[in-house]
Design a protein around this ligand. Structure first.
Ligand SMILES: O=c1ccn([C@@H]2O[C@H](COP(=O)(O)O)[C@@H](O)[C@H]2O)c(=O)[nH]1
Length: 278
């Protein structure tokens, strides 16, 4: 057990704790820390670690409304060693009762996936990591061997390119249906979540009917055009069962010295919209 930057004890997060946070905060908001040096307010560039300075201010401003933070590793890996240091500081600063996601979209042959799982679950103590399932069971299984950790598998993604493969008919059913069904059989709703894009409005209710008990990580609200109402009306289950990610729509709500207040206002507004359904 370790102590985070906010003085809260480190641990792993079970489903009941996620649900408890959701009920306490009346929120399913996941704030995406897609922190880009070219987009953060310029006065922060004088800081020793501008990315961490920005993230710290965003976490302080939004933690009242957020039940999860998603760190998209691409934005950190692009900065090399410095980026990994910013990621580590950011992760340590997130209060440990808030669910953490490494959005890394990993997956490889088994022994390589084991190393990815160790990276994000042991070296960095994330609660979950996103996984691309294209390489099949042996590429996903190593992530599911860690107690109280979660694999968040791409189900039906929010981007336009999701139509290239995910909707192709295989044995008369779209490929994404096979993925959801098959992947669900490799674990349980206690260790697998699915990524379901908010922009795939026509499929949301159907995907929920295929996976009634799983949590969904739902990106695509805000900058990509998805909306909270449509997501909530079509995907909530008795445990809430969703984490709705907003990255740019929260963290870049302002870009001057009042950026943190602007992020707090945006997060508060999203929480208010969600609370109606919770
Ligand atoms: O299908 C997917 C899977 C992942 N993402 C990621 O979520 C956020 C969305 O950012 P916004 O700024 O809120 O659009 C980002 O990290 C993506 O890489 C996704 O958008 N769609």
């Amino acid at each position: 057990m370790e102590t985070s930057g906010n003085g809260v004890t480190c641990g792993d997060m079970k489903r009941a704790e996620i649900v408890s946070q959701i009920h306490q905060k009346k929120s399913v908001l996941c704030v995406g820390l897609d922190t880009d040096l070219t987009k953060i307010p310029s006065h922060l560039l004088q800081e020793e670690d501008p990315v961490f300075a920005f993230n710290k201010a965003i976490i302080d401003a939004t933690q009242e409304f957020a039940v999860s933070y998603k760190i998209n590793t691409a934005f950190y890996e692009a900065q090399g060693l410095k980026g990994w240091q910013s990621l580590e500081r950011t992760l340590a600063y997130i209060p440990r009762n808030i669910f953490t996601i490494a959005d890394a979209k990993r997956g490889d042959i088994g022994n390589t996936s084991t190393q990815y799982a160790k990276t994000f679950f042991e070296t960095y103590e994330f609660d979950s990591v996103t996984i691309a399932p294209y390489m099949g069971k042996d590429s996903v299984a190593p992530f599911l061997e860690f107690r109280d950790k979660w694999g968040i598998v791409l189900g039906i993604t929010s981007n336009e390119g999701s139509l290239d493969f995910q909707h192709l008919l295989v044995d008369g059913r779209p490929l994404y249906e096979h993925v959801l069904e098959r992947v669900a059989s490799w674990g349980t709703p206690e260790n697998i979540m699915f990524v379901v894009g908010a922009t795939r409005k026509e499929q949301l209710a159907h995907v929920r009917s295929l996976c009634p008990d799983h949590f969904f990580l739902i990106p695509g609200v805000g900058a990509q055009g998805g909306d909270v109402d449509t997501v909530c009306r079509n995907t909530l289950n008795s445990d809430a069962g969703v984490l709705i990610n907003v990255s740019r729509g929260v963290i870049y709500a302002g870009n001057d010295e009042h950026f943190a207040e602007a992020a707090a206002a945006a997060a508060r507004q999203y929480q208010k919209e969600m609370s109606v359904y919770l």
